[in-house]
Design a protein around this ligand. Structure first.
Ligand code: NAD
Ligand code: UDP
Length: 317
């Protein structure tokens, strides 16, 4: 980062992951100097290798649970570090809690020290298995605190608490965005989430694994729409803290998704039903009124179009 060493740096934790790497592309395109901080737990250097020669980009392999000393001026912090797929966050649940809570503390301390804003990638999972539908930001959720998803759900809830306490107690500028299911290129083939699973299975001609009866719903947002609203949230009025729901409110059952993927890939794969994982939310759909009104944003990419881009990506792997 030598040629840009005098510029303030924007930190993206989790920047070698799916969402983080797209966010970094967007920041660099607008001339920001970016430091990607990632432990590579679920991320991959392949997601950022195209940036290696960019003088405004630097990669630091680092676990955000450990203190981080940055000598340069820090302009802003996007805290995305955390495995997001249920398969991966449940693989090492204690580590997931540490990343959510200790990692958040570390990054908030850094924001306080540098007097810079911090955006927290929170999640629709703070609503658990919701009994309010669609979910609005004032709904307090229905999370099983001792279940297998709690390491992530409760970890992210505590991270939100820490953000608001640092804001109230120390005046740290925070932006808490609650991200709903997002998909696109650079998801890992073994990520375990439904969109990548179905696409990879369809392209290999394997059966698509539908958990339960497939009537549970999700609302899928294409990654470009998500990055655009994350950037808008960071650049919003300093008084705006969130939490704000971000995602695409068009809702689909997993059976509908499976059929769209089969059509787009022209696959003859069968559907095979597997047991529904414990505590799997039955429905999820964001009310995005706040994001529309405050950030002037609406998602633009329809599911079929986003799936087409994602299928193309997986075809080329
Ligand atoms: P991802 O697994 O592709 O990326 C997460 C990145 O964080 C990886 O590169 C991983 O190596 C890194 N990481 C994990 N623990 C770390 C640690 N302790 N220190 C440093 N780096 C660490 O997942 P994603 O889909 O890109 O999600 C990014 C963020 O967005 C996560 O915080 C996730 O909770 C949040 N989010 C994503 C979605 C979604 O649908 N993609 C939905 C809600 C919330
Ligand atoms: N799912 C599925 N088949 C898969 C993977 C997931 O039917 O191969 C279901 C899962 O049970 C859930 C939905 O798809 O109801 C979304 O799962 P995902 O892991 O993508 O994200 P979640 O919203 O559960 O965090």
């Amino acid at each position: 980062m030598t040629s840009a060493a005098n510029d303030a740096v924007t930190i993206v934790t989790g920047g070698a992951g799916f969402l983080g790497s797209h966010l970094i592309d967007s920041l660099l395109a607008d001339g920001h100097v970016v430091l990607c901080v990632d432990s590579l737990q679920t991320g991959s250097l392949a997601n950022i290798q195209h940036l290696a020669a960019n003088p405004k980009f630097e990669f630091l392999e680092h676990d955000i649970c450990q203190p981080l000393q940055i000598d340069q001026r820090v302009a802003a912090i996007y805290n995305l570090a955390c495995p997001a797929s249920p398969v991966h966050y449940q693989h090492s649940p204690v580590k997931t809690v540490q990343t959510c809570v200790l990692g958040m503390l570390t990054m908030l301390e850094l924001a306080k020290q540098h007097n810079c804003p911090i955006l927290q990638a929170s999640t629709s999972e703070v609503y658990g298995d919701p009994d309010v539908h669609p979910q609005t930001e004032d709904y307090r959720g229905s999370v099983n605190p001792t279940g297998i998803r709690a390491c992530y759900d409760e970890g992210k809830r505590c991270a939100e608490t820490l953000c608001f306490d640092y804001h109230r107690q120390f005046g740290v500028a925070i932006k808490v965005v609650r991200i709903f299911n997002t998909y696109g290129p650079r998801m890992r083939p073994d990520d375990g989430r439904v969109v990548s699973n179905f696409i990879v299975q369809a392209l290999k001609g394997e059966p698509l694994t539908v958990y339960g009866d497939g009537m549970q719903s999700r609302s899928f947002c294409y990654v470009d729409d998500l990055v655009s609203v994350i950037r808008k949230a960071m650049d919003s009025d300093p008084k705006f803290t969130g939490p704000v729901n971000i995602g695409n409110p068009n809702e689909f059952t997993m059976l509908e998704l499976a059929n769209q993927v089969r059509e787009l890939t022209e696959s003859t794969s069968e559907l095979v039903h597997h047991p529904l994982p414990k505590d799997d939310p039955k429905q999820r759909c964001p009310d995005i009124t706040l994001a529309k009104e405050t950030l002037g944003w609406t998602p633009k990419v329809e599911l079929a179009q986003g799936l087409r881009h994602t299928v193309e990506y997986f075809r080329q792997l």
